[in-house]
Ligand binder design. Structure first.
Ligand code: SF4
Ligand code: SF4
Length: 55
């Protein structure tokens, strides 16, 4: 997952991931990419569109 520089670290995306794969650590988002099922719920939940799928 690519995190844009305007991410506010609000934790919204972390709160909606059904698998709990996103962790907000101060000014970092930690993704457990291995378990990601690409549902993109986190991308849709971000109020400022700061998440982008990495190709
Ligand atoms: S919801 Fe968006 S702004 Fe908030 S922590 Fe996630 S990526 Fe950053
Ligand atoms: S795409 Fe779905 S499974 Fe992957 S991190 Fe986002 S919410 Fe979690």
């Amino acid at each position: 997952m690519k995190v844009k520089e305007w991410c506010m670290y609000c934790g919204e995306c972390a709160g909606v991931c059904p698998r709990g794969l996103i962790e907000v650590r101060e000014i970092n988002l930690i993704f457990d990419e291995d378990g990601c099922k690409d549902c993109q719920i986190c991308i849709k939940a971000c109020p400022v569109r700061a998440l982008e799928k990495e190709e």
